[in-house]
Design a protein around this ligand. Sequence first.
Ligand SMILES: NC(=O)c1ccc[n+]([C@@H]2O[C@H](COP(=O)([O-])OP(=O)(O)OC[C@H]3O[C@@H](n4cnc5c(N)ncnc54)[C@H](OP(=O)(O)O)[C@@H]3O)[C@@H](O)[C@H]2O)c1
Length: 348
Amino acid sequence: MDRIPVAVLGATGVVGQWFVRLLSRHPWFEIMALAASERSAGVPYGEAVHWIFPEEIPEAVRGLPVVLPRPGIPGRIVFSALPAEVAGPVEEEFARAGYIVSSNARSHRHDPDVPLLVAEVNPDHLALVERQRRNRGWKGFIVTGGNCSTVQLVLALEPLRRRFGVKAVVVATMQALSGAGFTGVPGNAILDNVLPHIPGEEEKLAREPRKIWGRLTPEGIEEAEARISAHCHRVATRDGHLEAVSVKLSRRAELGEVVEAMEGFRGLPQELGLPSAPERAIVVRPEPDRPQPRLDREAGGGMSVVVGRIRPCPVLDWRLEVLGHNTVRGAAGGAILNAELVVAKGLL
Ligand SMILES: NC(=O)c1ccc[n+]([C@@H]2O[C@H](COP(=O)([O-])OP(=O)(O)OC[C@H]3O[C@@H](n4cnc5c(N)ncnc54)[C@H](OP(=O)(O)O)[C@@H]3O)[C@@H](O)[C@H]2O)c1
């Protein structure tokens, strides 16, 4: 089949570069335009970008002149890796003009008619896009992915939520530097250090799962009641967020049942065989010292979450460690998977 033309907004940033890397070898999508700020516009991509990967910039995009993110650029699907401060109105302009926007920015995550989508967890929420088009009179629509810490948390807990219900979660994150973007955290602040505050992160992690776990009703999403308490830390790893999680379930579970639910988990992307779907969305490691960011972040090409140290919790019910590749599963890879689901569902 002819590949579907796509564009990347924010293509010179950390997430944007992951989009370029993953899309340049994608079987369904073909990059036709790369957009960034005034700083980069008009310059060939290869000169505008501070390329972060060891391999060369893909030949097909190296000479592509960077454009400003305005409708009119070629592409039917637009992947947005813009900062939230600019993403809101720009993504709306694209959706109004008929593009399908798959976004990583937080700007529209809580709009009642915009799906906050984690493809294995709440694919049914895609039904919101018809309401979005109707409400706003748009030809296109916006689909958003969750914050990087949210995505791996809800994915790891999904088998438990389905089988036993989730009542409460306490989570402490150890988040990698790439999560802060290209200019990110100054070296002097993070070397030999842990930063115990990431602005806005705890609020996102406490709020987003409630929408993702929400029930789709004719009136929209009825948010889940689960209570979530988050502690977020920036640490000096490059990629891969580690989360220490305690969870209270609605029904009693035995250790064997918890492990079995995790190991046997499959979502719709796996059933449909979508190109970016990892064979196993959740990989369970039995060793007492796993998962570790450096050893486990590439699991499933960065699209699997890795769970380990599943053990009883004396305060809630269960404790576990969860690792996810923040810029792949938690950002670009997750948004590409969401777009594949859009295509597979015939919404293009
Ligand atoms: N990093 C992660 O792990 C992660 C995970 C989930 C979600 N996100 C979200 O994804 C988005 C991108 O994050 P990032 O980490 O990739 O940030 P980043 O490295 O700072 O990149 C920002 C990108 O946006 C462009 N840009 C900045 N201001 C612009 C403007 N006024 N008009 C057009 N383009 C503009 C930049 O272009 P120039 O190079 O030309 O300045 C660059 O391409 C953010 O909304 C972030 O919250 C990030």
